[in-house]
Ligand binder design. Sequence first.
Ligand code: ATP
Ligand code: MG
Length: 586
Amino acid sequence: MSRRASAVPLKGMKMKLSNYYVPTLKEAPKDADNLSAKLMIRAGLIRKLGSGLYEWLPLGLKVLKKVENIVREEMDRAGACEVWLPVVQPKELWQETGRWEHFGDQLLKIEDRKKAEFCVSPTAEEVITDLARKDISSYKQLPVCLYQFGTKFRDEIRPRFGVMRAREFYMKDAYSFCATDEQATDWYQRMYDAYTRVFTRCGFKFKAVEADTGAIGGNFSHEFMVLADNGEDAIADCPACGYAANTEKAAVKAPAFTINEADFKPMEKRPTPKAYTVEDVAKMLNVGTDKLIKLLVFTADGEPVVALVRGDHELNEPKLRALLKCTELEKASEEVYTQVTGSPVGFAGPQGLKARNPKIKIFADNYVKGVVNGVAGGNETDVHVINVNPSRDIEVDAYCDLKIASEGDCCAKCGAKFNFTRGIEVGHIFKLGTKYSAAMKAEFLDEKQKANPFIMGCYGIGISRVVAAAIEQSHDDNGIIWPEPIAPFDVSLIAIDYDTNPEVKKAADELCAKLEAAGLSVLMDERDERPGVKFKDADLMGLPHRIVISSRTVKDGQFEYKRRADKDAVRKDLSAADAFVAELKK
Ligand code: ATP
Ligand code: MG
């Protein structure tokens, strides 16, 4: 490249649609299963290769890269350093933490020609911890935070919603290594602040909520949720004290029940043939589902345990896992269920269970305490028992908060009623502690020359999911409405009669040059297509600003302007283009 050419600043950018690869579609394919997936495919951002596997086309990739750049700037601003780690990772490292087994079927395992085993990275704690232990030996080298952008693979059970829950996806993952708790807390806060800046800069309505720490483990975590009606996650949000959490985590305060033992009736058996669900049983016995007591059997690290929740509530497995401090919690097999309860599957009741099986641990959700003359399994096929009263009939190890927060529940912190909203998890930050460093003996010497494991944190952003989340939050019936900071181009310039009317061509090229010079990128639709087709495509692609230049407008020395989000277009004078461009740039 000549010196002159390289000296020309590449500010805005013009692309002519006839030369660009944007295969838009009138209809979304049948298997596109949510709004953003439909729009991303129709607008020519992505194509599907196979289940959970997507190709990113130029327009989509531009958005992805814009998000990536915002994230990179904010990671750098926070003081993290970018690295690039292998996506193929040796089994031995994953065995050191036990996750070769525990990560489960989401981990894609592969073999090389020598039959050595590897996985395709679903996350990178093992590799980064190995890197740190090779290079960091002293507290003087700490704290440090490393991050990367890269492909992750998780063999999700049910890939869905396009790139939102894909198997192969694009993530930013960061990991902090610290010598002290203060440093670890400081890095957590720095990342929390960096994430807040990232999602603010992307133009999102979002919320940081307390989260369960899941399979990654650790002891403290926040999820960043883009608020959207169709979000996969439910958020409980306290209007009084500001506590907000994923409903998987939200701590619930149970009401104070006043129970009058004089109301208790004697237990009686009732036949409930072919009543297989809570609803079936409630209907057959003519009671509300809130009268039922559900009994669930789990194995916690191999030990059976019984949990009770009210019929209209859902058990929250992460809460039970946290209570039991176990790593693996699974629904018990039919065999274990029958052994533990002495009852056919689906018909176990908790009344008298401790007497029959003194060793079994039974935990009940707080709400179960308030059930009066309730219904429970009858410990025989097709039989239930009515008038079960927990304080009289059920012996438990403890009553605790075990339910998924739902409508009507109150905040455990202040007692006010929760609001419920939906969101899409785009980022997740964890304080990990020494879970990985201790397992992998990744240690440094402190001031007293004593060896300690690194105190770690990990911080992810699903870059590809962010793109879909932006669309879920911002669209209308006609297509995408990109937030300006992540739009693939700033301006959609529709030139009608571009090839047939020299005045249109001149006006469009000149205005385009002015926009470019001001640093605005332009996608010019000069195709020989009907105006209706061009307008439809522009709406679908959703660039923030739309300009139309046609024989009709140039005849009046004008062009037409509309923001994508606005309804009506306004006429502007071509002679006042400079002022218009300056205004747009603001
Ligand atoms: P989820 O709860 O949605 O399954 P996760 O908690 O397993 O996600 P993390 O391990 O916290 O995910 O990963 C960090 C980020 O990567 C998530 O916040 C999310 O934005 C993104 N992500 C996770 N799984 C997927 C996926 N299957 N497809 C696209 N993005 C994903
Ligand atoms: Mg997560």
